[in-house]
Write a protein that binds this ligand. Structure first.
Ligand SMILES: [Zn+2]
Length: 183
């Protein structure tokens, strides 16, 4: 599981870009899932690696470095779930790489249909728009998931904690738990 913890930082002395949705929300999900699966009763049959990347906003630099200098064998990764922008969800969630890995998407979508977690899950093809990208290029099956709807603040000073709705945060958490259990 991956998420980036950097954002845009500052512009001058008075302007700060907090990055609540992009990507404190993804990091929060990463930590929540880690906490869940660390409990003995929730342990998976495989090991789970949590990676918080830096340098995403500067051009996917942290994840590029990792795939060139991995601490684990990339070929042994069953699946990589990259979480970036998970603070909304009233219009559902989008999955990048869905068309690349149709079986995994089918699993995710059918869990969602069964439990009614999100109104819909959209699918996209490949895109170099977050940290999953370098892993995809190295042959690691992966999804990049981001929620849809709610706020429009993005890469600006309005992406703040106070107005981040976290509409479907709990639903996405449950959906990811079931999805990770399916491997
Ligand atoms: Zn991001």
């Amino acid at each position: 599981m991956t998420a980036h913890y950097d954002h845009l930082g500052r512009m001058g002395n008075n302007t700060i870009f907090p990055g609540a949705n992009d990507n404190a929300s993804g990091i929060a999900m990463l930590l929540q899932l880690g906490k869940h699966f660390a409990k003995k009763e929730n342990q998976l049959e495989y090991s789970l690696i949590l990676i918080a990347f830096a340098g995403e906003e500067a051009g996917l630099i942290g994840s590029k470095y990792y795939t060139e200098n991995p601490l684990n064998e990339l070929s042994k990764i069953k699946f990589l779930l990259n979480m970036d922008l998970l603070g909304t969800g009233d219009e559902g969630m989008m999955v990048v790489n869905a068309t690349e890995f149709p079986n995994a998407f089918q699993t995710l979508d059918s869990i969602n249909t069964q439990y009614h977690y999100l109104p819909k899950i959209g699918k996209r093809g490949k895109a170099a728009n977050s940290d999953h990208y370098w892993f995809t290029e190295k042959g690691v099956p992966s999804f990049f998931c981001y929620t849809l709807g709610g706020i429009t603040a993005y890469h600006d000073i309005y992406d703040i904690e106070k107005t981040l709705p976290l509409t479907k945060f709990e639903s996405v958490h449950k959906l990811f738990i079931s999805f990770l259990q399916s491997f």
